[in-house]
Design a protein. Structure first.
Length: 352
């Protein structure tokens, strides 16, 4: 198929086609501070849930009632799916909580947005984002386990949520960029390259291989399906997938297209930079945005080191995804898709 026939018919407009330069001027449009009543509601729900003795991994909305805040969480889901694609909820006093209570509150908010998905082969639906001293050059390392720059990427779920418990001594800024904006700029400035990113490009699974699948998946960076442009990207894993002889070879033109994609994502006028403070919760829609984290210098004391909790969520009433996403998501059923499922995976919530 000619690449041009796979492109969206026009320049894409709408709330998710933003630039960081524009959004930086109006932080009130993407930041919301929790009220004292909402914080009290969250704390009360967490205490009641903990007293019941039920495992966090099987929590439901009924287990974690939020009669006041749930109205905003419904609006937040709309912001993610059909709005600008992200929001910061600010002001949770995590310094007053045990790690278990903070995790319970975060997962409680998560069940009101969607269904939690496994983030690794161990079945963790709550991830711990911190530097564990992993070797970034090891092909089985997940980059979030290091202090190095992550580079712009999408995660393997509809939404990624982060709760900041501790921030680094220096650095570790969160960066977001619009996939639609990158596409529009590529189409305008390098129409000779943009179509190549609709080709099925191999991405390394980094050792987390579902039963019966290849050690890499082949999903285009840009996917035009049912009137939506959906992104899938992790450049480091695209590059490392070339170690597999059966993976599609990247031509010089493909590499040039990927390099230009990276150049646009890293354009300070296009992406938005923010520092997550302790108590901040960031929710990002992977299908419309890419996210990144700058490198950081951590504190020496173990109890002070940078630490975020992470959720991957599948949302109800979401956009359809193309069949190619089954390679990574397992299922593309709306509301029950995404995550990493390997033989023997059992969903659980690690608190340490």
């Amino acid at each position: 198929m000619n690449n041009e026939t796979k492109l969206p018919p026009v320049t894409l407009n709408g709330p998710a086609a933003w630039t960081g330069e524009d959004l930086a001027r109006v932080p009130q449009s993407w930041t919301r501070t929790l009220s004292q009543n909402e914080i009290a509601e969250l704390e009360r729900a967490a205490d009641v849930f903990a007293a019941g003795g039920k495992a966090i991994a099987v929590m439901t909305k009924e287990d974690f009632p939020l009669p006041g805040l749930s109205r905003h969480l419904t609006d937040l889901r709309s912001t993610l799916v059909s709005g600008i694609g992200f929001e910061i909820l600010r002001g949770l006093p995590v310094g007053d909580y045990s790690q278990k209570k903070a995790a319970t509150i975060f997962c409680g908010i998560g069940v009101h947005l969607g269904r939690a998905r496994s983030q690794n082969a161990e079945g963790h639906i709550l991830g711990h984002v911190r530097d564990i001293g992993a070797d970034a050059n090891d092909t089985n390392t997940r980059i979030y386990q290091t202090a190095q720059r992550q580079t712009f990427h999408t995660d393997s779920a509809d939404v990624v949520g982060l709760l900041c418990l501790k921030k680094a001594r220096e650095g570790g800024q969160s960066l977001l960029v619009s996939t639609q904006t990158i596409y529009n700029e590529m189409r305008r400035r390098r129409p000779d390259l943009v179509g190549l990113l609709f080709d099925p490009i191999a991405t390394d699974r980094r050792g987390e291989v579902p039963e019966g699948e290849k050690p890499f998946f082949e999903i285009p960076v840009f996917n035009w399906h049912a009137g939506y442009l959906t992104g899938m990207y992790q450049r480091q894993y695209i590059d490392s997938a070339q170690r597999f002889p059966q993976a599609m070879r990247l031509t010089k033109a493909h590499i040039e297209a990927l390099d230009f994609f990276d150049e646009l994502a890293n354009d300070a006028d296009l992406h938005l930079s923010m520092q997550l403070e302790p108590g901040d919760m960031q929710f990002v829609y992977n299908h419309a945005l890419l996210h990144d984290r700058t490198g950081f210098t951590d504190w020496e004391e173990p109890q002070d080191k940078r630490h975020l909790l992470r959720l991957w969520l599948s949302l109800p009433e979401d956009r359809p995804l193309p069949d190619a996403f089954k390679q990574r998501y397992g299922s593309i059923e709306i509301g029950a898709r995404g995550g990493i499922i390997t033989p023997g995976t059992h969903l659980n919530v690690p608190l340490d």
